[in-house]
Design a protein around this ligand. Structure first.
Ligand code: PLP
Length: 393
């Protein structure tokens, strides 16, 4: 069997043609494809505005800047995420706090966040960054209520969940990243993600002021809008009004993004099919736990639609299974090493046992291959080998 990674991009001839076409156009960096991608992505997600940026990390950084994160800010996120979800606060000099996860879903636990907020005077914390981990949507309606009680903003890290949604208490479908409950949401187009452009990211929002601010921050803090300029010396004139960055996404990558977006629903359906097959193979085994059971239990099936960036199982002998699968050319992965245990965060004062549920989850988690071009035969081979390990180990 050829090597099977845990995730990989799927590039078609259409994708290649779309990129080549932009290479033959006048725009190597930001051009007309960027706005087209933004408009199509916003429509897909159901948000009013979208801002394409260099990658998901840049998206997080710009969101933190746009919301005014600074040395006085204290922001809560989950330890079970990619470090960038927390790092964006540090880029702006703010303090990161973590709250523990719900062990059934792997998501940031609302009650743990509430406890944290209630343990300090109002105004102590500034914002929350929940993550739709593995593709399972966070119930942002509940987080919004909590955030409003304490005057906090929300950045939804939806990198894993384009196409995922939950049904809110009014019975309305809320797509991940649609901006109805979060102030800002971010996505990544890293190769293992649903839409892959190599490097690339997107911010979505319904807030016109934040949208305007993000556009400026993405390009050095420069404006060319005569209404906003202090002076105007002529046609060439522009003003750098605040400290921004070059976080633009080039036209050739946004062209790839548009082409990939056209197949997003197809890819999502395939991911769900793969998940269903894993579910039925593992569901009744006592020595394996499937993360996110709420997502497929009949009573919740219509309330939450999992986007399945990852398919996570939990087993006692995780390291042995990881090593065994590698000998079979199956490259499962671990998501994630808890962020608070990274040496950088330990140097800031976090330590082992701070977030025991996240740490217990980490000891047992393993992400099995999950990507649309995974063949039935390859998946069967993965399942056979996991089962063989469980029976013999
Ligand atoms: C949850 C999460 N947040 C943020 C990022 C950062 O995205 P990028 O790699 O595009 O910078 C990633 C992806 O790697 C991620 O998985």
């Amino acid at each position: 069997m050829n090597p099977i990674p845990y995730g990989r991009q799927h590039i078609t001839q259409e994708d290649i043609d779309a990129v080549v076409e932009t290479l033959q156009s006048d725009f190597l960096t930001q051009g007309p494809k960027v706005l087209e991608f933004e408009n199509k992505f916003a429509a897909y997600i159901g948000a009013k505005y979208a801002v394409a940026v260099a990658n998901g990390t840049a998206a997080l950084h710009l969101c933190a800047l746009a919301l005014g994160v600074n040395e006085k800010s204290r922001v809560i996120t989950t330890p079970i995420t990619f470090a960038a979800s927390a790092n964006c606060v540090r880029y702006c000099g703010g303090e990161v706090e973590f709250a523990d996860i719900n062990p059934e879903t792997g998501l940031l636990e609302l009650e743990k966040v509430r406890q944290k907020l209630e343990s300090q005077p109002k105004g102590y914390y500034t914002g929350i960054i929940p993550v739709d981990f593995a593709g399972l949507p966070v119930n942002l309606e509940e987080f919004r209520k909590l955030a409003d009680e304490f005057g906090l903003w929300i950045i939804e890290d939806a990198c894993h969940a384009p196409g995922g949604y939950f049904i809110d208490s009014k019975g309305e479908k809320q797509n991940c990243g649609n901006g109805n409950y979060a102030d800002l949401a971010i996505f990544s187009f890293h190769p293992v993600k649903h839409i892959a452009t190599g490097e690339g990211g997107m911010i979505t929002t319904n807030n016109p002021d934040l949208y305007e601010k993000l556009l400026t921050l993405r390009t050095h803090g420069i404006t060319r809008d005569p209404q906003k300029m202090r002076e105007n010396h002529g046609g060439w004139y522009m003003e750098m009004q605040e400290l921004g960055y070059n976080y633009r996404m080039p036209d050739m990558l946004t062209a790839l993004g548009i082409s990939q977006l056209n197949r997003a629903e197809e890819g999502l359906l395939r991911r769900k099919e793969i998940a269903k097959r894993y579910d039925s193979a593992f569901r009744n085994l006592s020595n394996i736990k499937i993360l996110n059971p709420a997502a497929y239990k009949a009573e919740n099936a219509e309330k939450t639609s999992h986007a399945y960036h990852l398919y996570v199982i939990q087993v006692e002998k995780r390291k042995a299974l990881y090593d065994f699968l590698r000998t079979k050319n199956i490259f499962a992965q671990v998501h994630y090493i808890p962020v608070h245990l990274m040496p950088y965060y330990q140097d800031l004062g976090f330590k082992k046992d701070d977030f025991p549920l996240a740490e217990a989850y980490y000891e047992m988690c393993l992400s099995l291959p999950m990507f649309p071009s995974l063949t039935d035969e390859e998946q069967e081979y993965v399942i056979e080998n996991v089962l063989a390990f469980l029976q013999n180990g």
